[in-house]
Each structure stands twice: as structure tokens, then as C-alpha cells.
Ligand binder design. Structure first.
Ligand code: ZN
Ligand code: ZN
Length: 437
């Protein structure tokens, strides 16, 4: 019997820098290679001498907290690992890593990697399909994770048993994604727990979307503009297709929807990889002339200063999601002094970000060097790409043959413990913890 273990170098007790290393008799597979983006960038705590041992990496999806460490690994003096991903993950990673390089150039004193490393990551990606087993030192099969396009869970044969690594998961069927696969067989489960806290029960997607649409209608009817900051990949595409639907049906007041920042690029990659999306959206594209990804309601700003956007009331969906930078700040400057306008915050806002300050009611804030006084309305409507507490519990309990659960990727994983520990061994790992499998 092989001696197998998993070591958690990041992404435990936190959201960010996901990296868990599987090892058995000289074989190795790193589960995700992420960074943590906050006021400064944090990396997985992989010791320098360990890099030479990492032969393979599986990347669950394109978000930087799962993929951002890859170019760093390629910049090191070791034979770089092979990278196993789905095709949409590779394509979306191209957009996000290029953007990360830009942020790095702006913020860091020292450059850890350059364009060459990003290109190398893209070239070395080995593309894998859902449901078809492949070899990455271990036998691996991918299952749909339901989180963003291409997001995958990895079921790995290790130590004579199966281990399921979820990455980020969502159970809900959305316009673009079918919910995560259930009932996969695994003795060991490494599962995300972003919304594992006692209070993390999210309203249904339908209810949140209705509130969202009502709120936008209210502002458009008053003649105001709506600003929705969003991450580039995932929710932005879901929201855009939802707004398109509501507008076509007449439930949402007709107005131009402006797409700004990297959201447009990611949108094109979604369209190119639509074969990986839900059956319903594929059917719609196949059977009708109107392609929701190229809707007549969508517009791209034409001027650098975005003056053209403000000719008539409009909806603006733009990066960055936490108002850390990007075109969102240009819009905020233009919109903040008119009480008819509205800022709708839909995603998680980390401590210390402008988004968090506005959410907690601060009216005097700084954009760059300039202090502004916010007169526009601010609203918070959570539209999530993650399973909530109840969905996590259902997912975990539905896993076949399950013996042990590792709760990762979250600050409140521990709060799931008492609901699970009569049926399973529950582990909430700490950084650098090592477990035999
Ligand atoms: Zn994610
Ligand atoms: Zn994540």
C-alpha cells in the first residue's frame, strides 16, 4: 500500500492562496495554485526546496485565488510542473493572469514574473474533459463544480481510496451553469466553506434577482444611472444574461447596459466556450437567432472618459468588484454627487476596500488623492457564486462512501463541524498541517 498524504500550504482558515499538495511514493499533485489579493499579495507557504518535488498541478477554475501562483512557479529555477485544466479555465486564466501581471507592475516594487511566464503557463496547460479519467501521477476524473464556466472538482485515486477536491462550488442552476455534480464517491472530501457560517443562509437566486431588477427599475424611472461593480469572471456574465432576459421580457425598463473593464473579454470567452455551459443556454443559441451574449442591449463605452455613457439613464457593469481600481472608480467619480444615481454592491467586500467602506455607510471617501462626498444611493444585494451553508451540508452528506471531511477555503468552516461530526471525521486544517490519507 502506498503511503499518501496531503499538506495544506494555503487556502485554509481563509479565502485565498488555495494550495494543497498530494504526495505518495514520489508522486505529486498540487490541488490549485492560488494567491491572496488584499492590500498586499500573499502566496502559499510552499518551502523553496519543495518546488522541485511538485510534478503536477490541477487548477479547479480560473479565479486568481486558485490560479494566480502558476506564473510564480514558472519563474522559479525548477522543472515547472504540468498543469491540468479544462479548456474554459485555461482561456479565462489567460485574461486573469494578464490582468494580475498589470496589477503587479502597478503595485509591487519587484516583479516576480513577466509576460513570458504567463505565456508558458498557457502553453503548458494540458486540457482535460469532464468525466474522462486522465493520469497526473494519480488517476484523476473531473466533475462539474457549478461555480464559473469550466470550474471542476477533481476526484483523485490516492492511497487506495478516493479523494474529492471541490475547488469553489455552487449547487444552483443558473442561466449559464448547472449546479455541481452530487453523489460523487470519495472517502476523503476537501470542500470549500466560504459560506459555512451559522448565518450564511442566502436568499434564493430568484429572490435576489427580483430585488436587483426592482432596484434598477426604481433608479432608471427616476432618471438615474446604476453602477454595479463586479469581478470580471463569473457573476458578471450571469448578471448580464439575467438583465438581458428581464429587459427582453419587459420586466426591466429598457436602457443601455454598458459592459466595461475585463468583463467584455471574459464574456467573449464564455461565448466561445458555450459548449461547457448549461443545456438551456446552448439550446437557446442553437434554436433562435438572438444570441444573449451579443444582445442589442449591451454596449461598450467609446471614449476614455466614458462621457458617451451618460447621454441617457443606463446600467453599468464594470470591474473592479471591490472598487479597488478599474473603470468602476471613473464611474463613481462621475456619479457620486447625484442622489438619483445608485451603486449596487453584489459581491463580497474584503476588509479595507473602498467597497467595504461604502457598504458600512461611509459618505466621505477618497478616490486616489481626492476626497468625495457620496450623495448617490448605495444598496447591497448579495448575488453569490458559492454554495450557502445548507447547500454545503447537503452536498457533503450526499457524497458516497464519505469518511473524512476537510473544510477549507473559508473563515467559518468550523461552524459546520457540529452538523457533520456524528457522521464523519471533520477536519478544519491550519496552514502547513499534514494528514495521512
Ligand atoms: Zn472562485
Ligand atoms: Zn475561491
Amino acid at each position: 500500500m502506498e503511503k499518501a498524504k496531503i499538506t495544506f500550504y494555503g487556502g485554509v482558515g481563509e479565502v485565498g492562496r488555495s494550495a494543497g499538495l498530494l504526495e505518495a511514493n514520489g508522486k505529486s499533485l498540487l490541488l490549485d495554485a492560488g494567491i491572496k489579493l488584499g492590500e498586499k499579495v500573499e502566496f502559499p507557504l510552499i518551502p523553496e526546496e519543495k518546488f522541485g518535488d511538485i510534478r503536477n498541478v490541477f487548477v479547479s477554475h480560473a479565479h486568481l485565488d486558485h490560479s494566480g501562483f502558476l506564473p510564480h512557479m514558472y519563474a522559479k529555477d525548477f522543472t515547472p510542473p504540468k498543469i491540468f485544466v479544462t479548456k474554459p479555465t485555461r482561456d479565462l486564466m489567460g485574461v486573469l493572469l494578464a490582468d494580475y501581471l498589470k496589477i503587479q507592475k502597478l503595485r509591487e516594487q519587484k516583479l516576480y514574473f513577466g509576460e513570458d511566464e504567463v505565456n508558458e503557463v498557457m502553453q503548458h496547460a494540458s486540457l482535460q474533459e469532464f468525466g474522462k479519467a486522465f493520469r497526473a501521477d494519480f488517476d484523476v476524473t473531473l466533475h462539474n463544480a457549478g461555480h464559473i464556466l469550466g470550474s471542476a472538482m477533481a476526484q483523485v485515486e490516492v492511497g487506495g481510496k478516493k479523494l474529492l477536491y471541490t475547488g469553489d462550488i455552487s449547487m444552483r442552476n443558473t442561466r449559464i451553469m448547472e449546479g455541481a455534480a452530487r453523489g460523487v464517491h470519495a472517502e476523503n472530501l476537501v470542500v470549500e466553506s466560504t459560506y459555512g457560517g451559522k448565518d450564511d443562509i442566502l436568499p434564493s437566486a430568484k429572490d435576489s434577482m427580483k430585488r436587483f431588477v426592482d432596484s434598477i427599475n426604481e433608479t432608471l424611472r427616476e432618471g438615474g444611472f446604476v453602477l454595479v461593480p463586479s469581478f470580471a469572471v463569473g457573476r458578471a456574465q450571469e448578471i448580464l444574461l439575467a438583465l438581458e432576459d428581464y429587459m427582453r421580457s419587459g420586466a426591466l425598463t429598457k436602457a443601455p447596459i454598458y459592459i466595461d473593464g475585463m468583463i467584455g473579454k471574459a464574456m467573449r470567452i464564455y461565448r466561445q466556450n458555450v459548449i461547457y455551459a448549461s443545456e438551456s443556454i446552448k439550446m437557446r443559441i442553437l434554436t433562435s437567432d438572438d444570441d444573449p451574449f451579443k444582445s442589442r442591449f449591451f454596449h461598450i463605452p467609446k471614449t476614455r472618459g466614458r462621457e458617451d455613457v451618460f447621454s441617457e439613464p443606463a446600467i453599468i457593469i464594470t470591474t473592479s468588484g471591490m472598487l479597488l481600481g478599474g473603470p468602476a472608480l471613473i464611474y463613481l467619480e462621475k456619479m457620486h454627487s447625484d442622489p438619483k444615481n445608485k451603486l449596487i454592491i453584489i459581491g463580497y467586500q474584503a476588509e479595507g476596500t473602498l467597497g467595504r467602506k461604502l457598504l458600512s455607510g461611509d459618505k466621505k471617501v477618497k478616490i486616489g488623492e481626492r476626497e468625495i462626498e457620496l450623495l448617490m444611493k448605495v444598496e447591497n444585494i448579495r448575488i453569490s457564486g458559492h454554495a450557502d451553508r445548507n447547500e454545503l451540508l447537503q452536498f457533503i452528506k450526499g457524497t458516497k462512501g464519505l469518511k473524512r471531511v476537510f473544510l477549507v477555503h473559508g473563515e467559518k468552516g468550523g461552524e459546520l463541524r457540529e452538523d457533520l461530526e456524528k457522521d464523519f471525521e471533520v477536519v478544519v486544517p491550519k496552514l502547513l498541517d499534514e494528514y495521512e490519507l
